[in-house]
Design a protein around this ligand. Structure first.
Ligand code: 6PG
Length: 471
């Protein structure tokens, strides 16, 4: 009999997803560009499973029941287009291709249109959760036509992570919306990673804490309603892991240059295109760019050295580093708030019709940014699906109002000490701007009108005005 499910691309994610599908009762067939990889898998992790291999795409397609359900886990970009081109000739009406990679949402938009117009189904699906998530239950963000989604709903709901109110997958919306939502997920991921890195840097440099002590703090934070999350949990682990050979903290042996594969950049570009303010997320992206300037930094550190860092109040382990905790909470809230704002705006501008509470629900389990806060975010959007920003929700508003002084204190003292805290400080500016009724952009408007007659609006009467500034 023919297999229920096909997978192309036996990288770690592909392998784990096919093992997940098989465990959930879907007999599978796998294809990889180099057949030796397929053989290796079938004789290794795939051994004794209801999974067979195919040496050619034609054989692969022939081994699948119709309508075919095929998941591609290949590199985003030209590699994905090549697979689509190569397999298209063998597909028949109603067959469905799913792209589970981190594709650019505009590429997905184009592919959905092309393939759907040929009577094939095409789903662009964000998959989050790393290798372990893929195997045990990822969070999935599928976008495309509703009919295509319906054809794979039972497969996806079985494979997905489960939380108290259901599986972490749901129809996201049309076109490239699934990959768009995954991109924004990654933008938030960049933000939170950088915030936690800043907290680590402050504890290490100001307080002289060691890995084990800092790990303890992240352990305390992981037990709070505000910060309990996967990223805090793994930070606790990372900081308490020793190098097997030297016995030192591994983290201290790692080169301080962060890589990136594109999704953080796409998030920021999309936000700017949509006119959404995302300073915390942008700061995390820029921090990675700065980190890559290792040689320059080591040179300039010698010509403009920092002063000796004086100890300042970040709290103690016994109080869970209270001021620092408050700062981290607000920056984390800001990352989510900015990400959700991008989604709200994209939903309107790109006609995605996104269901905001449902997206928060999908992210509650399986994915990298899963956290307790997402339940609060889900509640907030359930109460008001048109919420302009999380800051307008009572619960979040109160969090911000009560923790803002400590954020300001941590940022000002860090700045004075010469320690960069890009995500914390841009969060402070974001929140301070948000709560300022009158910003100085009246002067910007005056300058624009002065040199370019761009005109301005007034606060005392309606209309568009121009002043003869140069008399
Ligand atoms: C996930 C992750 C993952 C992603 C990297 C990208 O949700 O499981 O987002 O899909 O590939 O984390 O991040 P970098 O740009 O930092 O490599």
């Amino acid at each position: 009999s023919k297999a229920h499910f096909g997978l192309i691309g036996l990288g770690v994610m592909g392998e784990n997803l096919v093992l997940n599908a098989e465990r959930n009762g879907f007999s599978s067939v796998v294809f990889n560009r180099t057949y030796s990889k397929t053989e290796e898998f079938l004789q290794g992790r795939g051994l004794g499973k209801n999974i067979e291999g195919a040496e050619t795409l034609q054989e692969f397609v022939n081994k699948l029941e119709r309508p075919r359900r095929i998941l591609m886990m290949v590199k985003a970009g030209p590699a994905t287009d090549a697979v689509i081109d190569n397999i298209s000739g063998y597909l028949e009406e109603g067959d469905l291709l799913i792209d589970g990679g981190n594709s650019q949402f505009k590429d997905t938009e184009r592919r959905v249109n092309t393939l759907e117009s040929k009577s094939f189904g095409y789903i662009g699906m964000g998959v989050s959760g790393g290798a372990k998530g893929a195997l045990e239950g990822p969070s999935m963000m599928p976008g495309g036509t509703k009919a295509s989604y319906d054809a794979i709903e039972s497969l996806l709901t079985k494979m997905a992570a489960k939380v108290e109110d259901g599986p972490c997958v749901a129809y996201v919306g049309p076109g490239g919306s699934g990959h768009f939502v995954k991109t924004v997920h990654n933008g938030i991921e960049y933000g939170i990673e950088q915030i936690l890195a800043e907290a680590y840097d402050l504890m290490k440099r100001v307080k002289g804490m060691n890995g084990q002590q800092m790990s303890e703090v992240f352990g305390i934070w992981n037990n709070t309603d505000e910060l309990a999350s996967y990223l805090v949990e793994i930070t606790e682990i990372c900081l308490n892991t020793k190098d097997e050979i030297t016995g030192d903290d591994v983290v201290e042996k790692i080169l301080d240059k962060a890589g990136q594969k594109g999704t953080g950049l796409w998030t920021v570009v999309s936000a700017l295109e949509l006119g959404v303010s995302v300073p915390t997320i942008y700061a995390s992206l820029n921090a990675r760019v700065m980190s890559s300037l290792k040689e320059q930094r080591s040179e300039i550190e010698k010509t403009i050295p920092s002063k000796e860092i004086e100890d300042f109040d970040l709290g103690n382990i016994s109080d869970g580093m209270k001021p620092l905790f408050d700062a981290v909470v607000l920056a984390t809230i800001a990352s989510y708030a900015q990400g959700m704002d991008i989604l709200r705006e994209a939903s309107a501008v790109y006609n995605y019709g996104l269901n905001m509470p449902s997206i928060a629900q999908i992210w509650k389990g399986g994915c990298i940014i899963r956290s307790k806060l997402l339940s609060k975010i889900q509640d907030a959007y359930n109460k008001d699906p048109n919420l302009k920003n999380l800051i307008f929700d009572d619960w979040f508003n109160n969090e911000i109002a009560t923790r803002l002084d400590n954020l300001a204190k941590v940022v000002s003292l860090s700045t004075k000490a010469g320690i960069p805290v890009p995500c914390l400080s841009s969060t402070l500016d974001y929140l301070n701007s948000y709560r300022t009724n009158r910003l100085p952009q009246n002067l910007v408007q005056a300058m624009r009108d002065c040199f370019g007659s761009h005109t301005y609006e007034r606060i005392d009467k309606k209309g568009s005005f121009h002043t003869e500034w140069m008399k």
